[in-house]
Write a protein that binds this ligand. Structure first.
Ligand code: NAG
Ligand code: NAG
Ligand code: NAG
Length: 573
């Protein structure tokens, strides 16, 4: 409580400081009122400092390792009295014994603060999930030689403990995911690991044959397992191993072993499974199966992989090819796999830079998976262990953010309830409404009303930005006088009639002030859920380029009005 108050004070101080800075700046420079001051409240460039210097101390709300209390709610209620944090929800008594329903938390971008997990784990649990697949990527507190892998905002050891506590409190099976082959960009981007790359110029994939590769993988697995000693399953990723077979080592191996890229893939994954078994006997490894899709059952069987691990078949489309999935299932059964997993998607799979989650797309995807699930009796020697609802935060380490997690909570709720009830029928819809406090409108692609779910402030504010920011600016710039008297040439040469500027100045300044004010609140709401690096990244991608247009117009207006219609001159005058 005390801590919260101090933090609120801190945030308030920062706002005051920023305000003061703005005030003095505009006083000092007169025309500086609409320069880009405010958007840099989050100070770009400061995020990448080592933890020791930048750290979590300044702007952040450190996750409070308190359970069963009103969580960061009090901080939020100060801004939004309507917020009802559902963190006191008791874990539902589980009677369901079918395939596990597991929610994927992709932390390789926009990783929420642990305080947000305190709010959504109970929600996820009460929506019918049985587990969490946590893809730590650079958010895990790797230590020793691997410390370099940590993001500046990586979770601390205490945070991992809190995540585990929350999962157990709400009956959620916690399954860690560590990439061991492809998508190791977060490792291979670092200079000291360049020699482990399969393709020298690309950070994607590990060269499985170079000395040091298995040692690295083993060290990562060891560190993560040490923090998850109780886990039954372990996801080793292994999807999209781009470039595999291109290194000299790989070419030589394939030649010597009369092997293919497929055999090379199987060889490495099998080795990793043996390492896992050594570290924790009885553990059940899971891997993404896309690299297996073209491999014949006989080769799969020969590799021995089918007795060591379970494939996770992933498809995120709305129109899934069920025949193709059936063929994969037959092949995997024939190869001797006894367990299989499915992966659907509730977000982050409909567009590389998707900002607003298409509800229907993800609902359709789940309806298709339900059909596949209903067909499992055809594969009598293979059991479906579970389905993971993936929520991708980026397509890969170096690409832009997809939808933020709070933005996809309605989609997650729809997908989980659909899996629970076998369709998105009226019961499922009512359940979603009961848990979220808003009513799903698939046609409008929105959860209409005043949702009270954790993160709903971010949800509604992102919706407004998504629907209105760009549009409102485009509409404003269609103004007759702006088009006619304030074109790029006029602005470049300071050559405009203040009389004409007067016709659109008011509208411009009003729009700028409205959005500016809105973004200030939005930034605060984002900082409740996210670390500053995420806020900066999201704003840069989705907001700043539009706001810059407004700032720049306003700045030119201020300047050119003062010239009272003098002859042309360049900006320097
Ligand atoms: C190499 O593989 C080919 C095709 O799979 C097979 O015909 C051949 O006998 C193999 N050679 C050796 C030396 O194993
Ligand atoms: C929705 O489906 C579930 C499961 O089949 C069923 O129990 C429930 O009655 C259905 N609700 C409606 C309104 O049809
Ligand atoms: C949401 O809340 C506002 C203000 O309290 C109210 O005017 C509006 O009708 C509510 N909307 C819905 C759909 O409940």
């Amino acid at each position: 409580m005390e801590c919260k108050r101090i933090l609120r004070l801190l945030v308030a101080c920062l706002v005051v400081l920023a305000g003061a800075k703005l005030f003095f700046h505009s006083r000092r420079t007169e025309i500086g009122e609409y320069t880009n001051i405010k958007k840099y409240v989050t100070m770009p460039g400061h995020f990448w400092m080592p933890e020791r210097t930048a750290g979590r101390s300044n702007l952040l709300v450190p996750p409070t390792p308190k359970k069963n209390k009103e969580k960061s709610g009090d901080q939020k209620t100060a801004i939004h009295p309507k917020l009802e944090v559902k963190s006191t929800v008791q874990a539902p008594v589980k009677t369901y014994t079918g395939p596990l329903r597991v929610v994927h938390l992709d932390l390789k971008g926009a990783a929420p603060k642990v305080s947000y997990f305190q709010q959504i784990f109970p929600l996820i649990s009460s929506l019918g999930a049985d587990g969490i697949l946590v893809e730590y990527e650079d958010m895990f507190p790797y230590e020793g030689d691997l410390e370099v892998l940590r993001s500046p905002f990586a979770y601390r050891v205490e945070d991992i403990e809190e995540i585990k506590n929350l999962a157990s409190l709400y009956n959620l099976e916690l399954i860690p995911l560590v990439q061991v082959f492809g998508h190791l960009e977060f490792v291979l981007k670092h200079g000291q690991f360049f020699n482990l790359r399969e393709v020298a110029n690309f950070p994607n994939s590990l060269n499985p044959l170079v000395p040091g590769s298995l040692k690295l993988v083993k060290e990562m697995l060891t560190q993560v397992l040490k923090k998850h000693p109780q886990t039954q399953w372990f996801h080793i990723g292994a999807d999209e191993v781009y470039g595999l077979g291109e290194s000299t080592n790989s070419k030589k191996w394939m030649k010597q072993n009369n092997g293919s890229v497929a055999a090379l893939f199987l060889s490495h994954v099998t080795k990793v499974c043996h390492i896992l078994a050594e570290l924790k006997p009885g553990i059940k490894p899971i891997f993404w199966e896309d690299m297996l899709r073209k491999i014949k059952a006989t080769l799969l069987k020969e590799s021995g992989l089918s007795s060591l691990a379970s494939p996770m078949i992933w498809k995120y489309d709305a129109n899934m090819n069920l025949v193709q999935i059936g063929e994969l299932l037959s092949n995997y059964q024939q190869a001797g796999f006894q367990n299989v997993w499915f992966a659907s998607a509730f977000k982050g799979a409909s567009g590389i830079d998707q900002r607003w989650t298409p509800l229907n797309h993800h609902l359709e995807n789940h309806l298709a998976w339900l059909k596949v699930m209903a067909s499992m009796s055809k594969y009598s020697t293979m059991k479906l262990d579970g389905i993971v609802l993936t929520g991708w935060q980026r397509y890969e380490h170096h690409t832009v953010l997809c939808e933020l997690l709070p933005v996809a909570i309605p989609s997650l709720a729809i997908c989980l309830e659909t899996l629970k009830y076998g369709s998105f029928n009226h019961t499922a819809e009512t359940e979603v409404q009961r848990h979220l406090g808003c009513k799903v409108d698939l046609k409008a692609n929105s959860c209409e009303g005043n949702g009270s779910f954790a993160g709903s402030e971010v949800y509604y504010m992102v919706q407004k930005i998504h629907n209105e920011l760009q549009k409102s600016i485009e509409e404003m710039t269609q103004n007759y006088h702006l088009r006619g008297s304030f074109g790029p040439y006029q602005r470049k040469y300071n050559f405009a009639n203040p009389r004409n500027i007067g016709y659109f100045k008011g509208v411009l300044i009003k729009l700028l002030n409205e959005w500016d004010h809105f973004m200030e609140t939005f930034r605060m709401e984002m900082l409740v859920v996210y670390f500053p690096d995420t806020v900066e990244e999201w704003m840069e991608e989705n907001v700043n380029q539009y706001m810059d247009k407004l700032y720049s117009l306003a700045k030119d207006v201020e300047h050119i009005v003062k010239l009272k219609g003098q002859p042309k001159s360049l900006k320097t005058v």
